[in-house]
Structure formats: C-alpha cells, structure tokens
Design a protein around this ligand. Sequence first.
Ligand code: GTP
Ligand code: MG
Length: 399
Amino acid sequence: MGVVGKPNVGKSTFFAAATLKDVPIADYPFTTIQPNVGVAHLKTQCVCKEMGVTDSPRNSACVNGIRLVPVKIVDVAGLVEGASKGKGLGNQFLDDLRQADALIQVVDASGSTDLEGKKVPVGSHDPVGDISMVEHEFDLWMFGILKKDWEKATRSLEQTGGKIVDHLAERLSGLSVTFGDVEQVILHLHLRTEKPSAWTDDQIMQFVVETRKLTKPSLVAANKADLPSSPVNIEALRKTGRVIVPCASEAELLLRKAVEHALVEYTPGDPRFVVKDPQKLNPAQVNALKMVEEKVLKVYGGTGVQEAVNGAFFGLLKAIVVFPVEDETKLSDKNGRVLPDAFVLKGGSTALDLARTVHSELADTFLYAVDARTGKRLAADHVLSNRDIVKIVSSGKRG
Ligand SMILES: Nc1nc2c(ncn2[C@@H]2O[C@H](COP(=O)(O)OP(=O)(O)OP(=O)(O)O)[C@@H](O)[C@H]2O)c(=O)[nH]1
Ligand SMILES: [Mg+2]
C-alpha cells in the first residue's frame, strides 16, 4: 500500500500513526525525501472465538478476538504540479510505489496548504482539485516510462511481428501490472494492436489512466479533519464520487503513543479510548486527549487511519484474510500452535494461491486443500472466502 499526495498534507503523520515508526514530520513541504517503509495492520475479526479456541498467533496479533494482520506500507515525498518536468522533487521517487497494490491519497481537507503544500490561512485553499493534480502527475510518470522508447519499440514490434500487449506487460511488470491487465485495458479502449506506432499521445495517456485505475486503485484520506474548515470541504470532496475517509492522523498518532506509554486503552479504529489512570496525565495530555475526543471521535466516530488502511484492502482490493493450518481439527501448525498465521490475499484468490503464499514448494506439490470448518476437500482453483481456515495437502515434503 502506497501513501501519496501533495506535500505537507500529513502523509508521514498518517504513516507514523499506522506503523508507529518514528519518521520526520514538519509543517513545511518536502519534509520527506527518502521513502519510509513500514508495517501497518489490517484489523479484522479473528476466527478464534467462533471456533472456540485460544490462539497463539505468530505472524500477526490477536487482541480480544480482533486479528491484526501485517501489511506493508510506503510513504513517499510530496508530488507537485509539474513534477514530471522536474518541479519539487520531480516524480522519480514514485518508483518506490511500483510494487503497491493500492494507494491512499492523503489530502489536506482543512485547506490550510496551497497546491504546492505551502502553508496558507486555514480554509483558504479548496482541496478538491488536489486529487486530480496528484493523479495527473502520477499518470505523467507512468506515461514517461512508456514514452521513453515508444517509437523505437513499436516500430521494432511491427517489423518483427511482436505483440504490443507483451511489450506493455513487460514494460509495466515492475509496477505489478499483468498481461491480463494490459489486455483488458486495450480491449476496453479499442486500441489498435496491429499498429501501435500510430497511437497518439492521447491514446497512450488513456491507456495509462485506465491501467492506473485498474492496477493502483486508490481512496482519499481527507486528513486534518479535526480543523474547523474540514467538514465543509469533506462534503465537497464526497461530491467528487471518490471514496473519501475523513482522517485525523495526528489524533491517531497521539492515541497510539498514549497506548505505548500505557496512558490509555485504545484499539486503532475504535470510536473511543479509556484513560487508564487520570492521575498519571499532565494537564497538557488531558487537554490533548479532550481535543481528540471532541474534535475527532465525537464528530467522525474514529480517527479514520485504520478505516483507510482497511478500506484500501477490504474495499479497493476486495482482500481476504485466510488462516492456514496443518492440523484441521486442532487448527494448529505442526508444533501445536493454534491459528498461528493469517495471510492477506487479493479477492478471488484460490487454494493454490494460498499455497503459493505460504511456501512455493507447497504450491509445486499441491494435491488438494481442506476447509477446516466443513472438512470438505477443496480443489486448487477453489476461490477462497474471507476468514477461511484452510489446510493444504501436498505430495512433497513440507517447506
Ligand atoms: N491539524 C492536523 N494537522 C496535521 C494532521 N496530520 C498532519 N498534520 C500536520 O501537517 C504537517 C505536515 O505533516 P507531514 O506528515 O510531515 O506531511 P507530509 O505530507 O508527509 O509532508 P511532506 O513529506 O513534506 O510531503 C505537520 O505540521 C503535521 O503535524 C492532522 O490530522 N491534523
Ligand atoms: Mg512526509
């Protein structure tokens, strides 16, 4: 999952709140230069309670029946208009998002930063246009990757009988774009595959836009939602038809740090927190927590950070969380660890995809899988559902 946006909107604050990694945050543009890479967690109902077992998670955590499953998150530098021509930090840093399956675009919903991310009076900038600016710069980056040798490459394809679909899939493979994705977009746009050298820049751009929508779906985290100018802007952002998640990254960061210091009880995504011992809080902390309660939790029902992370996976990617086990009656691995792992898979993933995720050897020697709930055998192409508990049976040695 990648975090993008213009500068100074709170991308790194969002990242820090989601990962609790200590990264530079400041109220001026281009604080982030090198990408920040970390681990956020998807929040989902664990299967332990339903199955009546006490679990001992290994790759994830289980807190009161809530499974927290790790996912990779990358926060990059801010994008400005003209980045493709070298403005700001340019757009080369978007290379760091090549592997992202989904994007969270952070927007300053308070309108307190201009198009370049410079501070302006709160409420004076309309954030609606920021979304298309960032998307357009993202598209120009992808366009640049294709355009670099377009003429030479397409002419050579036409001479040798090579296929444009293969060429595009190869050129974009590092961006998690597959042959099937390319084929789908070309079909949808009715692009002429026999003479790609005749594609206009507009057509290449259309291809890029559709490919981005298909392979890098995004939602908008309408950040700084705690500021007074935000609710009106959030309404305007919603009218764009985009998925908008009101977000207060700073509030989430404060709560997560308070949990770290054992000051409050709070699970990310919850609409409330509980102060453990009021005596332990200094007046500044009391005030900060009161602000979070009044300006964020009471207004939006949460800080939005967890909602955005979950929305990217469960909403945009229709992701599922699956629990592989080696003993389908005890729901354990070979060492007796109950429900040790939880894996995030893209929606539509099969039993064989799960095997591949657990261990490539398991996929190579896959025989069948077993649904631990029903005891039924599942074939390699069986499409898994969210919260499935699955044993994989292979002919080879277990990896
Ligand atoms: N009021 C408010 N301020 C926030 C919130 N999130 C971030 N900020 C502030 O916004 C400013 C920019 O935060 P960063 O996280 O550094 O923003 P960025 O988008 O990573 O910025 P660059 O790396 O420079 O592109 C800082 O002063 C943050 O404290 C929020 O939820 N509410
Ligand atoms: Mg930053």
